[in-house]
Ligand binder design. Structure first.
Ligand SMILES: C[S@@+](CC[C@H](N)C(=O)[O-])C[C@H]1O[C@@H](n2cnc3c(N)ncnc32)[C@H](O)[C@@H]1O
Length: 278
């Protein structure tokens, strides 16, 4: 076997490391995929062999490389308004509902939403666009949208807020014009989120396997991230996420999460929407 092939043993060690670090269970048939992704890090670090790279990232000297390794392993696929029904609910039901409760002094004049595993930012910015669309209902309200992800590279892209046509293909033209600067000369064409939208979102690196120190959220999005987690990891994530749900708060769950059986303490409102009762 050449130094650039991943042996069975090495593959198992990397899989175990990924599981311990991120809760992600890599299937037995992903050896080529993992080898290709780790190989990118070999090139970037100038390390010759998988074995030497493994040793490096598991010692204190390689601590800074660990997040870059996990970046290379994880999949960041996302786009604005993925699952449009979630955003229709946000603007037609969730935000008007909060405004109504606030009128009856049952909710403060602020809205807190967490996009857990936000990747390159399309999800929290989509939430921001809906808050802007409902602004007339929420005069003088404070908005706090938090985007967190394990991947530092994804968060850096989120902060930059620059997107291609594919990322914004579901954003209506009027919203694109109003909340993005278009760089039509760039190839591919680019859309940069304007300050009005960017100011609504803050970003934080965070591993969902760990508790997050934050005040409770009125709504939490957890979508397209837990597909590769095993039951134990999912349970840990669900525990951490539920700990941050406000009374009457909502959980928006993606189609691949596979956590429905772990949400008994919540009321199911729609197949993808759960609420914590007060
Ligand atoms: C496919 S993206 C989903 C983005 C967005 N939620 C959506 O549905 O479009 C999955 C994201 O989960 C992140 N991720 C994977 N494991 C994680 C973990 N243990 N903690 C936090 N984020 C994680 C990845 O870095 C990636 O950006």
């Amino acid at each position: 076997m050449s130094a650039h092939e991943l042996s069975d043993d090495e593959y198992k060690r990397f899989c175990s490391l990924i599981y311990r670090s991120a809760g992600i269970r890599i299937a037995d048939n992903k050896r080529v995929l993992i080898a290709n992704r780790v190989r990118r890090r070999l090139r970037a670090t100038g390390i010759d062999t998988f074995a030497a790279y493994y040793t490096f990232i598991t010692t204190p000297a390689g601590a800074a490389e660990m997040p870059l390794f996990l970046d290379a392993i994880t999949t960041n696929e996302t786009y604005f308004y993925r699952d449009p029904q979630h955003y229709a609910w946000l603007v037609d039901e969730f935000l008007p509902g909060l405004a109504e409760r606030s009128r009856h002094h049952k909710h403060p004049r602020n809205v807190r939403v967490w996009s857990a595993a936000c990747s390159t930012g399309e999800e929290p910015y989509s939430i921001g666009l809906k808050v802007l669309a409902a602004r007339a209902l929420l005069p003088g309200w404070k908005t706090h949208i938090l985007g967190t992800d394990l991947s530092g590279a994804a968060l850096a892209a989120a902060r930059a807020g620059v997107y291609d046509d594919r990322a914004v293909h579901l954003v209506p033209e009027a919203e694109k014009k109003r909340y993005f600067d278009e760089d039509a000369a760039a190839r591919p064409r680019r859309w940069t989120a304007r300050d009005e939208l960017r100011e609504l979102v803050t970003w934080k690196p965070h591993n969902l396997m760990l508790p997050l120190r934050e005040d409770p959220f009125d709504c939490i999005f957890i979508k397209n991230v837990l597909i590769y987690f095993d039951a134990e990891s999912k349970k840990a994530v669900v525990r951490n996420v539920l700990a941050l749900m406000a009374k009457n708060g909502y959980l928006v769950v993606g189609p691949t999460e596979g956590i429905y059986t772990m949400l008994d303490s919540l009321t199911k409102v729609k197949p993808w929407l759960y609420q914590k009762q007060s």
